[in-house]
Write a protein that binds this ligand. Structure first.
Ligand SMILES: Nc1ncnc2c1ncn2[C@@H]1O[C@H](COP(=O)(O)OP(=O)(O)OP(=O)(O)O)[C@@H](O)[C@H]1O
Length: 234
């Protein structure tokens, strides 16, 4: 397999509401496994994902599978296998689980076998309105939706936020399985999840990359995690 990065972000800059939110963010996403995008609240993690996806006006360069994509419309990137699981999960509360999944189908042969293998509970809850699911179940629907289609890269924003510890573990288990098939760029505040899943880490601080390297190296460095992420050792 090629070791070329699946995504190369270089000098990515975003200005919003008169503020220079991203100030030249540069990092690569490896072609396999999980790359964690870390940083304190407000550092610019979600903005980075949305700029990659073409949802925000940005300058710099984003190469996806070696091709420049900055400025291309979001729907074309999604069609080309760049999938996004947003922090708010974006499920349609008034629709059933099955309807939420059906709306996400982009190909003639969506991979329901994979979805039902990873999320057996979604089959039994197919007729339940998504708005009545627990937060963890809604997160599963959000991840399942993108897995129905062939993907080259998943961008996943804080999938464990607000979930109970046992559910965090379940979501991490699913993401570990998913990352065995397709590379993931993961925004995650839970450093135990990062330690379990991530190979590489990128830390954003005030709109710039403050640290890049092996995730284990960052997490083993108590001083670095304290100064960059504001937390003690995990
Ligand atoms: N539309 C906007 N207009 C002005 N400022 C914005 C806009 N969107 C985001 N920002 C600011 O950009 C900065 C980065 O926001 P972003 O959501 O990327 O942070 P984050 O690292 O994902 O934080 P969190 O961990 O809290 O989700 C924040 O200071 C935020 O207030």
């Amino acid at each position: 397999m090629s070791r070329e990065p699946v995504l190369r972000v270089a000098g990515l800059s975003v200005r919003l509401g008169g503020s220079h939110i991203l100030q030249g963010v540069t990092f690569d996403v490896a072609p396999a496994g999980v790359t964690a995008l870390l940083g304190r609240n407000g550092a610019g993690k979600t903005t980075t994902l949305r700029a990659i996806l073409g949802e925000l006006p940005a300058t710099g360069s984003v190469a996806y599978d070696g091709r420049e994509i900055l400025g291309r419309p979001t729907h074309r990137l999604v069609r080309d296998g760049l999938a996004y699981v947003p922090e708010d999960r974006g499920v349609f509360a008034g629709l059933t689980v099955a309807e939420n999944l059906r709306l996400a189908e982009r190909v003639p042969d969506p991979d329901y076998a994979l979805v039902h293998e990873l999320f057996p509970e979604l089959a039994t809850r197919a007729g339940q309105r998504a708005g009545t699911l627990s937060g963890g179940q809604q997160q599963m629907v959000a991840i399942a939706r993108v897995l129905l289609n062939p993907n080259r890269l998943l961008l996943v924003d804080e999938p464990t936020k607000g979930l109970a510890p046992a559910v965090v573990t379940a979501v991490a288990t699913v993401l570990a399985r998913v990352a065995g098939r397709v590379p993931v760029l993961l925004v995650e505040q839970n450093l135990a999840v990062v330690r379990r899943l991530a190979t590489d880490a990128v830390v954003v601080e005030a709109g710039r990359v403050a640290w890049r390297g092996a995730a284990g190296e960052l997490l083993d460095d108590g001083e670095a995690t304290r100064s960059l992420l504001g937390v003690g050792r995990h």
